[in-house]
Design a protein around this ligand. Structure first.
Ligand SMILES: NC(=O)c1ccc[n+]([C@@H]2O[C@H](COP(=O)([O-])OP(=O)(O)OC[C@H]3O[C@@H](n4cnc5c(N)ncnc54)[C@H](O)[C@@H]3O)[C@@H](O)[C@H]2O)c1
Length: 321
């Protein structure tokens, strides 16, 4: 059995185009019904702001692996200089169930999250022909940082400016040298939000605060899921979710919109609808809001991708049975 550490994964590096293609391939396995993914249980005890989530899945198609991610979120960790989120993923051979690889996935988890966002951004770029695009990022922890890396790669020369807001003044050294001139650290969430063609929430906010009209034609990427007031439903022409049954719980903005504004599954689009269908084709002037709960199938596909890369590069440790 293989073991891949964080340094093994950093050695392999990130190829965003390949990662996003892997996520796209996985969306097609969802469309084909060639997957299994039970609703993920949340383990909570003592301080219920903490949680450990079990995320099992099988992904068919070219991925053909099953496995589980076991991911802990302890928000106060960052005060002790420990990352909020920590996880391991076990990959099992799809035919025999034999564990093939254990991966320290704290870094991979953030990469998978940004790659799912990246797939939606690519869809947006197909219908938005604006030459220059402004990006807003609210919350600049590991998830915000991976999103900056992904979006700057995807947009390339079309990236005009990035406005980042965090409750704690972000450390400028976390911003790559090549982006320093394009990145502004701003003092309010409104400054990140108002000009944004593409807005990403990457906070750990417990209550919503985004209560303004978004820029026309903007893409609102609600990664942290608890940032938009329910009235935002009036500004979003299309609400996209990764999985309605998953995301409509745990006090997400979608659940609150469901309970207070009557949003139902049929009032939303899924990733399959927008990636495998053309449900957003005529949405150039419209506001699209994406709400991903995080799907285990993407974790397994991402883990399998890094496992194959590691074997090809001779990276990783082989553990005795
Ligand atoms: N949807 C998904 O698939 C998915 C996957 C992974 C993580 N996430 C979510 O992404 C979020 C960020 O993860 P992380 O690991 O970077 O967390 P983190 O705690 O390490 O960092 C969060 C950052 O946001 C800042 N922040 C908190 N509240 C804020 C607010 N109201 N306004 C501005 N900044 C604020 C904090 O100061 C911190 O720098 C979490 O909510 C996590 O649950 C979602």
């Amino acid at each position: 059995m293989y073991y891949l550490s964080k340094s093994d994964l950093l050695h392999i590096g990130i190829n965003w185009e390949e990662m996003i293609e892997k996520i796209k391939e996985t969306v097609y396995t969802l469309k084909d019904g060639d997957f299994a993914q039970p609703i993920k249980p949340y383990l909570r005890y003592r301080d219920v702001t903490n949680r450990i989530i079990a995320m099992p899945a099988f992904v068919g198609g070219k991925v053909s692996f099953s496995g589980i991610k076991w991911i802990a979120s302890f928000p106060d960790n960052i005060r002790r200089n420990i990352p909020r989120a920590n996880s391991v993923t076990i990959l099992n051979d799809a035919d025999t169930g034999v564990p093939a690889c254990i991966i320290n996935t704290s870094h991979v988890s953030a990469v998978r999250t940004a790659a799912v966002t990246g797939l939606v951004v690519k869809e947006y770029l197909q219908r938005n022909r604006q030459e220059k695009l402004t990006v807003g990022i609210i919350g600049f922890g590991p998830i915000g940082q991976q999103h900056l890396d992904m979006i700057s790669t995807l947009l390339g020369s079309r990236l005009h400016q990035v406005n980042i807001y965090d409750l704690k003044q972000p450390d400028r050294s976390l911003i790559p040298a090549a982006l320093q001139e394009k990145v502004n650290i701003v003092d309010t969430w409104e400054e990140a939000f108002e000009q944004a063609d593409i807005l990403m929430t990457c906070t750990v906010s417990k209550k919503p605060y985004i209560n303004k009209v978004p820029k026309k034609g903007s893409l609102q990427l609600n990664i942290s899921l608890r940032d938009y007031v329910p009235e935002f439903i009036n500004y979003a022409n299309h609400i996209v979710v990764d999985d309605w049954e998953e995301v409509c719980r745990e006090n997400t903005d979608i659940e609150v919109m469901h309970k207070t504004k009557g949003l139902t599954k049929s009032g939303t689009l899924s990733l399959v609808d927008i990636i495998c269908g053309d449900k957003l084709q005529n949405a150039a002037e419209e506001v699209v809001m994406f709400n991903p709960m995080g799907m285990a199938v993407f974790d397994i596909a991402t883990a399998a991708y890094f496992y194959e890369k590691a074997k090809a590069a001779g990276v990783g440790t082989v553990l005795a049975d």
